[in-house]
Each structure stands twice: as structure tokens, then as C-alpha cells.
Design a protein around this ligand. Structure first.
Ligand code: ADP
Length: 619
């Protein structure tokens, strides 16, 4: 996963670009059709004007026939107008398709992000890769999206080169009269020499430009860090949730200093003024020299009598276009090579495999909810860490029972739930569902049997009803029932649009801000609506006031019905109603039993935790 880069060959870069084009072809083929037609029209338009105006000037300078002249002028006007019209039409089409493609661009990564294994989302390396891609794209547009411009530039360059050759070939074939002192220009060596010189200059210019481009590649990684801190500090300033803390601890200056020091010390900014700028300027200078050479050659040949004045404009125009096309072709090839490095990062991200989706067994749908889950000697380390967070955990859930999981902070309770929901796979040991390793089941089916309210659950800035149901289409009565179970009815009545009220203000101005406790009730209602055979509540009442907490507990059996409930809590008094309590300590289950059994063991961890809490109540 590390971003180790070796310079790509043209072939490798070309392959990467081809792959990117294939992605675009699948997403929006229209962008290729429209760009192709537009580029052909755009690249050929100058030649139409160059050719026709040369005819007019020739007629003016030599034969001066009014009818011929009128014919050429009218033809030129019509052709110029026709080309402009076609360009306008096709450019609108191409722009429309490009705008659509731009929107699809972020979707490529969003879809991948959403389909990643949970364990991968958690990894810094994946996060780094993603932010590198975003950063490359926002910085100078490198990456998958850039390949569309390359397609356009390639088509334009090829058409420009072909048109240029067509209109300028006679420049080299037409001969200076033999009696002229410049007749040596007819010598094949002279013709080849001039062509070679022009070609050389035309090739050197894009090489210099590409040399400048190389700096972007070497700076990409550093720019990621700089841009990351830019956006971090810039976002901090406008984050409402941080505003109070920033002021209370007078951090304004602290935050801004880091931001501004980053701007001052950016090596990219310094170097853009130095070698990078020089290469690009050199490239521009060489192009100017090329134009000079072309003018000199064409004018000298016309002076010597090889062709008329009109042809001078034609040849200068055509050759300038031809070399522009050639430069563009080479620059585009260089750009594609440079972009290959950025595409490599994009594909590294898009190719992250899904390990979770390898299972194929379907979980049988049981109306009796008789799903038996067993942890068999499970040990676990988080990816890319050395610390064992769970050690040899063995436990079997009794169907339909209420299990409480207790223990000190960091003892592994949440991790245990994450393994049960298969957000991570055990490092050692196995978890069985009805006797079969859960890896063998289809992942999407397996997670359907769990409803979880995580400690750090998140709701969406969507209507309340959609939040509870997890979809736009839902059973309103059932949603209301679940909200009632979670103790939200009273608040629901105060919401302006009931279930259709937007939560938060991210998407709608009239959205309502809700308190932590209210959010937790909605999250509990969401878990109930899913109606899965297992219901898991991780600190389900942490943000609730004591009244709401008491209300939920008093109706817990009613809420949970025949589901198997697993329930993590710090407040041991609220575990009493559970059939079994598992006590976690340093990643192990050190005790199991009912409240009465555990509290009777005065040497046990449960008794220690219980006594620590009890003293607050008894004092
Ligand atoms: P509890 O729920 O009992 O408070 P957790 O299961 O959240 O405990 O955490 C157990 C241990 O695992 C802690 O030491 C914690 O720092 C570590 N841990 C939790 N999440 C991660 C993670 N994503 N990556 C690495 N370590 C983690």
C-alpha cells in the first residue's frame, strides 16, 4: 500500500490511460463522441481559413479577376461562418458531456469508498491514498479526470498534423527558379536540413515543457501534507462545533500561525518560481524561435520566386499549425506519462480488494429467529497494530437471551461487538453462526441479522422517517411505533413536519438540530425498525437523561421481544435485568453469570466494578 513510486515507462503509462478511458467509456460514452467531433471541427477550422485567404491574396496579388475574387470571398465567408457555427454547436455538446463526466468523476471514488471493507476504511494507508487522489485532482487536475483532456488533445493534435502536412507539403516541393542565386534551396539536402531543423525545434519545446511537468510528480506527496493542513485549519475556523472551544482556550492565534507558516514554507511555491518556471519559459521561447525560422524560410523562398504572396500566408499558417500539432502531440504524450504516476495512485485505491465479500452461503431466513452464534477461541489485533485487543474469547449466545457485556474502558467490549458484526475478521480463532464460520456466509446477508446502536452512531441529514427506516420508502406507522418505543413520541409531536422533518441543517435550512439524547433515541428506533434477530446496544443510554434511561429500561423486554439482545453498559445497575453478564478485562472474558452470582464473588472483577459504582449511590 505504501506509495513507493518508480518512474513509469511510456508503455505502462499508456496502459493506465487506456484503463482510465475504459472507465469513462462505461460511465459516459457521450463524452468521447462529442469530444471527437468537436476536436476534429476545431482543429480543421484554421486550415479552411488559411487555405481560402491564401487564394484571395494570390488572386489580389496576381490575376486580379473580380469574378474569381468574389467567388473566393463569398466561399471564405460561408466556410468561416459554417465552421464557427459547427464549432459552437459541438462545443456546447462537448461541454455538456464534460460537465456530466466531472460529476461522475467523484462518483468513481465515492462508490469505491462506500464498498470498502470496514477494516480498510480504518487504515491510515487507505485514507492517505484517497486524500492523495483528491489532492492530485484538486491541485492541478491530475488523475482519472485528466485523461479526458488527453483524449481531446490527442485528436486535435493528430488532425492538426494531418491538415498541416496537407497544406504545406508543396512548400518543400515547389522549386526556386534555377537562374536564381537562391537555387541551392532546391537541393534535397537543403530541404531535408530545413525540415530537420524545424522538427528538432518543434520537438525540443515540448520536451522542456514536460521537464517542467516532472516537478509536479515529485511534489505530489509533499503537497498532500501541505494541502491537508490547509484544509484542516481552514475548516476549523468555520466549524460551528469547535467555535466555543477555540474561544474558551484562545486558540485562534495558535491555529492561524500554523496555517500561515505552512504557506510561507511551501517548497512548491518556491520552486515554481525557480527551475519549473524556467523550463516552461524555455519551451515558450523555443516555440517563438520556430515561428521565426518558418517565416524566414517561407519568405526567402517566395522572394526567390518559388510561389506567390498568398502562398506565404498559407505556408506560414499551415506550418505553424503543423508544429503546434506536433508540439501538442508530444506534450500530450509527456503529460500522459506524468499522469500515469497519478493514475497509479488512483488504481491502487480502486484495486483494494474486498475480503469480506468472498463468502457465498446464504443465511437461512428463520421465523423462529433461532440463530446461534459462538465465539471459538477468538483473538484479535487491529490491522497494522501489534497490540492484542482480544485474547482467546469463548462465548456462545443463548437464543432469545439478554446478554450484558461489562468492563472497564478499553477492555475490548466494542471490539468484541465489531467482530460479531463482522466489521473485522478475527486474527485467530473463529466465529460460528449455526455451526458454520461466518466468513462462509454472504456478507450482506450476514449483517442483516444484526441491529446495532454503536456508541459513536451517526444519523444522516435526511428526514427523520428516512433516518429510522434507512430508506426513502418506508412504513410510517412502523416508524412511529419504533420511535415511541425509544421514547421519542413527545418530541415527534413538536417537529414541524413530523417524520418528514429534516434532521440538522446541512441539506435544508428548516432542518432541526437535535440533542445528543434525542439522537440516541432515534438511533435506537432505527435499530428496532430493522427488526433483526440480534439487537446490540453499545452504551445505549449514555446520552440520555436519567428519566429517559429509566423509561427505556423499564420497557426493555417489551422493546426487545424475542430477539437476542447484547447490551454493553458502564452502569452495572442497569445490567441486572440481563440473563447473563460477561465481564471483560484486558481483552478477556474473566467472568460470566447472572448479577446475583457475580456480585456474590467478592474476589471477582464484577464485584470490584459494582462496589466502585455502588459507593456513589450509597453515599
Ligand atoms: P471498550 O469498548 O471496552 O472501551 P474498545 O473495544 O473500544 O474498548 O477498545 C479496546 C482496545 O482497542 C483499546 O485499547 C483501544 O485503544 C483499541 N482500539 C480500539 N479501536 C481501535 C482501532 N480502530 N485501531 C487500533 N486500536 C483500537
Amino acid at each position: 500500500m505504501e506509495n513507493e513510486k518508480t518512474k513509469l515507462t511510456y508503455r505502462q503509462s499508456w496502459k493506465m490511460n487506456l484503463r482510465a478511458w475504459k472507465i469513462w467509456w462505461k460511465l459516459c460514452p457521450g463524452v468521447f463522441y462529442s469530444t471527437l467531433v468537436f476536436s476534429i471541427v476545431k482543429a480543421s477550422t484554421p486550415y479552411v481559413t488559411i487555405f481560402l485567404s491564401a487564394q484571395i491574396i494570390n488572386e489580389l496579388a496576381e490575376n486580379r479577376r473580380p469574378e474569381e475574387l468574389t467567388k473566393w470571398v463569398i466561399l471564405t465567408l460561408f466556410c468561416a461562418a459554417g465552421c464557427a457555427l459547427l464549432q459552437g454547436i459541438f462545443s456546447r455538446w462537448a461541454n455538456y458531456e464534460k460537465a456530466f463526466a466531472s460529476q461522475m468523476d467523484s462518483q468513481i471514488y465515492m462508490k469505491k469508498m462506500l464498498s470498502l471493507d470496514y477494516a480498510d476504511i480504518d487504515r491510515q494507508a487507505v485514507f492517505d491514498l484517497y486524500s492523495q487522489i483528491k489532492q492530485n485532482a484538486q491541485w492541478t487536475g491530475w488523475g482519472v479526470h485528466r485523461t479526458l483532456s488527453y483524449f481531446e488533445e490527442l485528436v486535435m493534435a493528430v488532425v492538426q498534423i494531418m491538415g498541416g502536412i496537407g497544406l504545406s507539403v508543396s512548400l518543400f516541393l515547389l522549386k526556386v527558379p534555377q537562374n536564381s542565386s537562391l537555387a541551392f534551396m532546391n537541393h534535397p539536402l537543403c530541404v531535408v536540413g530545413i525540415m530537420g531543423l524545424m522538427l528538432l525545434i518543434a520537438v525540443v519545446s515540448p520536451i522542456c515543457n514536460n521537464q517542467g511537468n516532472q516537478y509536479w510528480i515529485s511534489y505530489a506527496s509533499e503537497a498532500k501534507q501541505v494541502n491537508r493542513s490547509f484544509s484542516f485549519y481552514a475548516n476549523i475556523c468555520k466549524d460551528r462545533k469547535r467555535a466555543a472551544d477555540l474561544r474558551m482556550y484562545q486558540q485562534q492565534e495558535n491555529v492561524c500561525n500554523i496555517y500561515f507558516s505552512r504557506i510561507e514554507h511551501s517548497t512548491i511555491a518556491k520552486n515554481a518560481k525557480g527551475p519549473m518556471g524556467l523550463w516552461n519559459a524555455l519551451s515558450q521561447c523555443i516555440t517563438a524561435v520556430l515561428t521565426g525560422v518558418v517565416y524566414a524560410f517561407v519568405c526567402v523562398k517566395a522572394w526567390a520566386g518559388a510561389f506567390g504572396v498568398g502562398s506565404v500566408t498559407q505556408y506560414v499558417g499551415a506550418i505553424t499549425q503543423l508544429f503546434q500539432g506536433l508540439s501538442k502531440l508530444l506534450e500530450t504524450m509527456g503529460g500522459m506519462r506524468a499522469n500515469g504516476e497519478f493514475l497509479q495512485t488512483s488504481f491502487q485505491f480502486l484495486d483494494i480488494p474486498n475480503r469480506m465479500y468472498q463468502g457465498s452461503l446464504t443465511t437461512e431466513k428463520r421465523s423462529d429467529r433461532n440463530y446461534e452464534v459462538e465465539f471459538r477461541d477468538v483473538s484479535f489485533r487491529y490491522p497494522d497494530t501489534d497490540q492484542w485487543v482480544l485474547h482467546h474469547v469463548n462465548i456462545k449466545f443463548r437464543v432469545g437471551s439478554r446478554l450484558a457485556v461489562v468492563g472497564m474502558n478499553g477492555s475490548g467490549k466494542t471490539t468484541f461487538i465489531k467482530l460479531l458484526c463482522r466489521l473485522y475478521d478475527p486474527t485467530e480463532g473463529e466465529i460460528l453462526l449455526n455451526g458454520i464460520n461466518i466468513r462462509k456466509y454472504r456478507y450482506d446477508e450476514y449483517i442483516r441479522i444484526f441491529s446495532v446502536v454503536f456508541q459513536d452512531f451517526k444519523l444522516l441529514a435526511l428526514p427523520l422517517g428516512e433516518n429510522v427506516a434507512g430508506s426513502a420508502e418506508y412504513d410510517r406507522e412502523q416508524v412511529k411505533k419504533c420511535l415511541a418505543y425509544a421514547g421519542f413520541t413527545q418530541r415527534l409531536e413538536t417537529l414541524p413536519k413530523g417524520l418528514d422533518t429534516y434532521l440538522y441543517k446541512d441539506l435544508k435550512e428548516e432542518g432541526v438540530d437535535i440533542s445528543g439524547g434525542e439522537a440516541q433515541k432515534i438511533a435506537i428506533a432505527r435499530a428496532l425498525y430493522k427488526d433483526a434477530p440480534f439487537i446490540i446496544l453499545d452504551e445505549p443510554t449514555a446520552a440520555l437523561d436519567p428519566m429517559a434511561e429509566a423509561e427505556i429500561y423499564s420497557r426493555f423486554n417489551e422493546i426487545v421481544t424475542d430477539k437476542t439482545a447484547i447490551y454493553i453498559s458502564h452502569r452495572l445497575s442497569s445490567c441486572k435485568f440481563c440473563d447473563e453478564i460477561a465481564v471483560f478485562h484486558e481483552g478477556q472474558i474473566v467472568q460470566k453469570g447472572t448479577h446475583e452470582e457475580l456480585v456474590a464473588d467478592t474476589a471477582g472483577k464484577y464485584y470490584e466494578l459494582w462496589s466502585a459504582q455502588a459507593q456513589y449511590y450509597t453515599k
